[in-house]
Design a protein around this ligand. Structure first.
Ligand code: ATP
Ligand code: MG
Length: 551
């Protein structure tokens, strides 16, 4: 149970380290590989690393782990920086593992001099063959006992480009019978004649993750190097290298990856969704990427609250996507401006309202008075939501139906008298009578109605494209299902509504969030133009999925 005492076991460790004076202040780092856009898992790691130094002092570095020249790109570097800033965090130093290539090379030479590393001419298949299994020891490579001089010479020639890709590697000389397979002479360097996005063609040998990561931590004097659980077995090698090289002793700590239900959270899989055209790009609003969520209308506060509220775990689990949406609603409820939009419109005509007359009603912009009020025009012909009318009222139906009364939000009570239908049975118009004495704010009629519906004045309304999103996948954990994860994509994750919106939304700005009454939270999409406004539904007002389960 002690694990649950604190939401964040790393805070306990750091508090102890500061109390005992092990460190005077702490240094963390966020180390993304620039091979894709950041997702919610990274957001967790960002909130954790930056959150800890925000709380305890010290600072956090942004280090691009750019040791693999083939998959990396400056486009990704820029998007990563933008995402971190958007979340509201600021790094102390912007660093690149590739800046350390010279130092790492020296470290490798030092290991060779200590007779703790050797050049191996085996192919990757041969290396794999001699590796052994978790229950059987491996066997020494025939190249393991090369002399120091020979290793120094070969390693230098590897660097000078004399050998083909894959023909030689540099390996640490540890123990081929080690119980930890990662300690069985792990690879430190490989040959790769590839152009690097920062170092260009200077290098044709590149350090492996295990030889770059801990050493970079050490160079930057990172006190708490936080990574995800799959690196637990790597910690032994991390410590071994630091000890043998006699460099600054950074320490590695692990926590469970953040997984979310109904999505996938691996850059490799997200890239497939982009490349195969299942989504419109890394920042498609259905993507669990930070850029996708930003475009969808998520706020930094909602993401940070979500990360803080759940904390971190020592065991893998999947967090319900609804929890993230809960944090989002909580934030948007306070900040979103209220407006009316009709997503599936049908005409409502007020028979006894004067032709050509317009009234202007005041309506609150939100629950907080400081948000002020807006003017909403009203006239004889309105658009209302098709689903707010029933030809034959069901039991407990409090909205429109022949003979039924309903309040039009901020305006009057109306009674439905009749309706028109086309040959296909679709309702084309609803005719009502309004009661002038029921005007909102000055209603002394004594009339009581149970339902209030939203509307927009037909003559004043603008058209807008409204994009309604659903879960990207039909199952909780697409990666755990049989076959390809892409087989479980929800084909209905995007629906387009041709809506009518109230005139105040003409001035909608991309940073503002809106609550369309009864329809959810929305934001302007970057595809929007003044002639063709486009809104994204960020989230519904209630959890539609929870309701479905209850049914
Ligand atoms: P992916 O598999 O999506 O490529 P990664 O771990 O390879 O993820 P990196 O760019 O190497 O991505 O990760 C940068 C940092 O973010 C690392 O410290 C990593 O541990 C952390 N991170 C990545 N994914 C998650 C996740 N799902 N939950 C928590 N932290 C994560
Ligand atoms: Mg990675």
């Amino acid at each position: 149970m002690t694990e649950e005492k604190s939401l964040n076991f790393l805070e306990d460790i750091i508090e102890e380290d500061l109390k005992t004076g092990k460190y005077k202040s702490i240094v963390t780092r966020f180390p993304p590989e620039p091979n894709g856009y950041l997702h919610m898992g990274h957001a967790t790691s960002i909130c954790l690393n930056f959150g800890l130094t925000r709380k305890y002092g010290g600072y956090t570095n942004l280090r691009f782990d750019d040791t693999n020249p083939v998959t990396e790109d400056t486009e990704y570097v820029e998007s990563i920086k933008g995402d971190i800033k958007w979340l509201g965090f600021q790094w102390k130093n912007e660093l690149y593992a590739s800046d350390y290539f010279d130092t790492l090379y020296e470290y490798a030479v030092k290991l060779i001099n200590l007779e703790l590393a050797y050049v191996d001419d085996s192919t990757s298949e041969e290396i794999a063959e001699l590796k052994g299994t978790p229950t059987e020891p491996g066997k020494d490579s025939p190249y393991r006992n090369r002399s120091k001089e020979q290793n120094l010479d070969l390693f230098e020639r590897m660097k000078n480009g004399e050998f083909a890709d894959g023909s030689r590697t540099l390996r640490a000389k540890i123990d081929m019978a080690h119980t930890n397979m990662l300690m069985r002479d792990p690879l430190l360097y490989r040959i790769k004649h590839a152009h690097h996005h920062r170092t260009g063609d200077k290098w044709c040998i590149y350090p492996m993750y295990d030889f770059a990561h801990g050493q970079s931590d050490s160079i930057e004097q990172i006190t708490h190097s936080i990574c995800t659980l799959e690196f637990v077995p790597h910690r032994e090698l991390y410590d071994w290298l630091i000890e043998k090289l006699e460099i600054y002793p950074s320490h590695q700590y692990e926590f469970a990856r953040r997984n979310l239900t109904y999505t996938v959270m691996s850059k490799r899989k997200l890239l497939q969704l982009v490349n195969d055209g299942h989504v419109k790009g890394w920042n498609d609003p259905r993507m669990p990427t930070i850029s996708g969520m930003r475009r969808r209308g998520f706020t930094p506060a909602s993401i940070i609250n979500f990360c803080d509220r759940i904390g971190i775990a020592k065991r893998e689990n999947a967090t319900d996507f609804s929890l993230l949406e809960f944090c989002l609603r909580e934030d948007l409820n306070n900040t979103a401006l209220r407006a009316m939009a009709v997503l599936d419109p049908v005409k409502l005509i007020i028979s006894n309202y004067e032709d050509g007359k317009t009234e202007e009603f005041e309506s609150e912009n939100g629950p907080d008075e400081s948000l002020g009020k807006r003017i909403v025009p009203f006239s004889k012909e309105l658009w209302i939501e098709r689903e707010d009318f029933m030809e034959e009222a069901a039991k407990k139906w409090f909205r429109l139906a022949p003979g039924a009364l309903v309040r039009l939000k901020s305006a009057y009570i109306v009674r439905c008298d009749s309706f028109d239908k086309d040959e296909n049975g679709n309702i084309t118009a609803i005719y009502c009578t309004y009661f002038p004495e029921t005007k909102s704010g000055s209603d002394d009629s004594g009339m009581k109605v149970k339902g209030t519906i939203h509307w927009v004045s037909a003559q004043h309304a603008d058209r807008a494209e409204v994009r309604l999103y659903d879960r990207l996948f039909k199952v909780e954990d697409p990666s755990a299902e049989e076959g390809d994860f892409k087989d479980y994509i929800n084909p209905d994750s995007l629906q387009i509504a041709n809506a009518f919106i109230e005139p105040s939304l003409k001035n909608a700005s991309i940073d503002q969030r809106y609550q369309f009454l009864r329809k959810g939270y929305f934001c302007l999409d970057e595809d929007s133009t003044p002639e063709h406004p486009v809104f994204n539904r960020t989230v519904t007002l209630k959890d539609a999925w929870a309701k479905e389960v209850r049914k």
